[in-house]
Design a protein around this ligand. Structure first.
Ligand SMILES: NC(=O)C1=CN([C@@H]2O[C@H](COP(=O)(O)OP(=O)(O)OC[C@H]3O[C@@H](n4cnc5c(N)ncnc54)[C@H](O)[C@@H]3O)[C@@H](O)[C@H]2O)C=CC1
Ligand SMILES: O=C(O)C1=N[C@H](C(=O)O)C[C@H](O)C1
Length: 247
């Protein structure tokens, strides 16, 4: 049995992860940790792996606390920057434990990101549109940021220059955020869960890649895969695709 602690256990994702872990015959939910609880060997209750779905401003400290307690961490919380990833990677290596951070655990989203990177060199233009529930605290989504970075890297590797865009005046930011030169647009709408469209354009044609998570159960197979396999890859792994050998 793999013993699992869930951090952010009362949240939308954390509560769904608790249900999924409890339903899995090979996993044992040993701790539900929430804001205000200490995060130490006592509260982690002998866990082998902690799963963090909290908030961008607390997740790095949570991961360091897990590594100090010598347990692996699976992280779905978004908002990670390169410096925080570097610090956590270094700590994981010195602690001899593993950390897996993925902006999206849904198979449709993981594949959409891969397909977007594959398609990017064949299209002059690419833009990312992410659409989420209005209770989400960060924008753009971690998935959209990762998608844009993947598109930009694929374009750079193919020797492509800037995308065509004649915009000279955009005082209100209507052309969206730029992530490595790729425009990213965020919609927050009651009724939505988590959705993304990647638009790729050429003269006379368009490719649309779309992923929809209608329900948070969509993330659970990926989360449970990560819990079961996180310890197999030493140090820091970013992205479920890398953990699954798709990258
Ligand atoms: N990687 C993925 O597949 C997915 C990632 N997410 C990300 O997961 C994160 C959480 O999303 P939701 O569950 O919708 O948010 P939520 O707001 O429903 O849940 C967050 C929970 O964390 C708790 N929390 C806050 N600070 C804490 C601390 N220091 N220690 C322990 N618990 C703490 C809050 O009280 C709350 O219960 C967000 O960053 C979101 O972008 C969401 C869905 C899928
Ligand atoms: O907050 C959410 O809901 C989601 N957050 C993740 C993100 O920022 O990409 C994953 C998914 O889009 C749902």
């Amino acid at each position: 049995m793999v013993k699992v602690a869930v951090i952010g256990a009362a949240g939308r994702m954390g509560s769904t992860v608790c249900e999924a872990v409890e339903a899995a015959p090979d996993l044992d939910l040993v701790a539900r940790i929430e804001a205000g609880d200490a995060l130490d060997p006592g509260t982690l209750a002998g866990a082998d792996v902690a799963v963090d779905f909290t908030r961008p401003e607390v997740t790095e400290a949570n991961v360091h606390a897990c590594l100090d307690a010598r347990i692996h961490a699976v992280v779905g919380t978004t908002g990670w920057g390169p410096d925080a990833l570097e610090r956590v990677g270094a700590h994981a290596r010195t602690a001899g434990r593993s950390v897996l951070i993925a902006p999206n655990f849904a198979m449709s989203a993981v594949l959409a990101m891969r397909f977007a990177a594959m398609a990017a060199p064949y299209f002059e233009s690419a833009e990312v549109l992410e659409m989420h529930h209005p209770d989400k605290v960060d924008a753009p989504s971690g998935t959209a940021a990762a998608t844009a970075r993947g598109i930009a890297a694929a374009r750079a590797e193919a020797g492509m220059g800037a995308m065509p865009d004649a915009t000279l005046s955009d005082p209100l930011g209507a052309r969206g955020a730029r992530i490595d030169g790729v425009p990213v647009h965020a919609v927050r709408l009651r009724g939505l869960t988590a959705h993304e469209e990647i638009l790729l354009g050429n003269p006379g044609e368009q490719l649309v890649i779309r992923t929809d998570s209608f329900d948070r159960v969509s993330f659970m197979p990926g989360v449970l895969f990560a819990v079961r396999h996180v310890g197999e890859r030493p140090g820091l792994t970013v992205g479920l695709d890398a953990a699954m050998g798709l990258a």
